[in-house]
Design a binder for this molecule. Sequence first.
Ligand code: ADP
Ligand code: ZN
Length: 786
Amino acid sequence: MTYANVIINLKTRQLDKLFTYFIPPQFRGNISSGHRVVVPFGRGGYVDGVVWSTTDRTPDFKVKAIVEKLPDDYALSASQRLIMQLLRRLYMATYQEAYLAVLPSVQKLDKNVQYNVLKTFDDWRAGQQLDPLQLTGYSAQQIAEKVKSGHLQKRLSFDFKHHKKTVEWVVKRYGDLTAALQQVAKRAVKKQRILRHMAYIDALPTTDLCKATRATRRDVLALVEAGFFELKERDWQYQTAHWQVLDKPAVAPPLSAEQEVVKRDFLAIDAPRAALLNGVTGSGKTRLYIELVKRVVASGGQALVLVPEISLTPQLVARFSAQLSAEIGVIHTYIKPADKIAIYQRIKSGDIKIVIGARSAIFAPFNDLALIVIDEEHEYSYKSETIPRYHTVELALALAAKLSIDILLGSATPSIKTNHLVDVGRLKALYLKRAFSGSELSDIQIVDMTALPSGTVLSTPLCDAMKACFEKSEQVILFHNRKGFARMRQCRSCGYVHMCRNCAVPMTVYDGGRQFVCHYCGYREPELAQCPICAERLFDVGIGLEQIAGELQRRFAERTFAVIDADITRSQTRYRAILDDFESGRIDALIGTQVLAKGLDFANVTLVGVLLADQLIHMPDYASTERAYQLLTQVAGRAGRGIVRGRALIQTYQPEHPLFDYVINRDFAGFVKEEKRVRDAVGYPPYVAMFVVKVQSEDELKAYEQGRRIYEFYDKNFIKNDIDAKVYPPLQPYYGKVRQQYRLQIVFKVALRSRAAVLKTLYYGIVKNKYNLIDSTCWVDVDFDG
Ligand code: ADP
Ligand code: ZN
């Protein structure tokens, strides 16, 4: 092939197209789609790009030539190329956005100049290669003359700035450390900890091992000296599954009869298999994932396990690595770029067969992907809120169908959308109805708060239940979805609310009232006690986690509490230390936001409390009831995972809300049926498609005019082209201004048969701005759900 159509790495929304380049003879035959290249662009500039297709047809315009082909290591896999196509087709991503999505990190192109000496001159002989540094004795003009006279040839070479560093690893010399444990003195607590930590792990970076075990390098060295470990320099560091292993057996236990049936039913589906596993918490969904992953890996394939947010589920990774005794590539949001590049290379080469990751792990360069598992498929975090805006479940289903990959979605409370896919026959439904331990599901009760004095956070039933738990040395988890000390500070006489100066958002009170923080832009301000308008005292409104922790400490002075919110989970060491302390009983109760609802498994927790369920029900979007149901069920599932039956107490001011009946009776099927009926009647997804165009501008008027323009354009366009869709006039979202940007939304409700047509016109109108509607930031949220 003589020509290549290339996606170039330039932000070119309006020029969102492929660029054609000539393939010079030296590259011919070894450039094909997926290869990455460097091409000239504009005046004297160079950019990297990826070959999308090749052709022998001579274009009818003048083209430039590809200057460099990057090493094959960098080439994109077939799954990545397909993902790029899907991102374009389903979510209107530009070529560049799709390209960047599948790269492990932002790679900066480095241009190197070299000179070949063609004819001998001065001290230089023909055939030598010179670095520009060697020619510092010559002026730029002199060099240019030497090039012109044929003495020198200028050569460009390109590579990505790559910071390879070596890292010291502790590598186990024997698989079994039992003997070592006996040999090391009991008093040597840190050494004991190291040995126990390494029980199911082959190797770890020294620094990580020290961090995890609170030991020093000296302790490690002593164990190396004793012959249990050796130290090795490795030229990259990657985060393998070196999470705390919590005394789990290293062999996966045999499947139960019920699990065996599900496995058989899954394998009986015609390939590529696609199924939804609806299984109550603790029924063995994860056990089945492990089984299916094992099967795929045994036959040489790769498996991808997606989890909502991996940093919240360290136990899951530990269990996979212990029971599969295979290397696992872990990809999550907080991974360092250098580590990610290393993992990507090893996934591409096939060294890593199992990847566990958050949503973006689907972009990894698989060559033999044979199974995708999506755990907790209903989780909101599967939807990306940044470019490219995609929905992982939808993307994975499309990828699996195209590449004949098996896919299994799992959840205790599958989303309405996924239930709908079962209805229309795209997924086969499989069920696990009982918790494996045989223990009964926790008993859920509603606590009516209306009768209590206002401002009460802990009802008597909840306090009594906690007390009873503590007396039996059992543990408690409490949920409250509000970080900080209080939601806002307000003046009771004039109604003034202390707002963020950048956002139309009340500032959250922190630090016992000494600080204000804006959750939207991070802006901080010191304490403010008096109303700036009428000088009256300001009051805190909406109790936050900090206050609750204080209140609990007063009531149960001899107990230990720990607060967990998203900020804490961001620090893996701190978060794991807290979980560790909770596991071992040094902490009696955890109080946290919904980050605590996910995947944690503590046998000694017998009571769970939801302090204010009302916060969940009245969010301003159509999916809020669904989400409230899921969260309450999940939360209740945190209790009673051991032998004792658990209890969940849900405090609310609307005890008669119909949602609670479904939750208490665990009538998920009933809930889904009713929710579907409502959505079908009112016209909400999945019965219609819903898109939202979001407009942002520093200038309020500009935002408004633009919103108006978009609305009017599409209103006419749909009628004119007979498209079955409705566009609604621009509206302010819940918070109309964030980070000094005014925001507007234009909602589109689209009949399913017109979905593709609407996506296409939105692509031309909003992405490419073909009709001159756009003059500030603007994007489309495809399949908006809140
Ligand atoms: P889920 O993912 O549905 O919450 P898990 O796979 O985590 O369920 O199983 C719940 C608990 O039961 C775990 O502690 C797990 O180790 C145990 N378990 C599940 N299946 C088996 C089995 N076949 N044999 C022994 N233990 C099992
Ligand atoms: Zn702000």
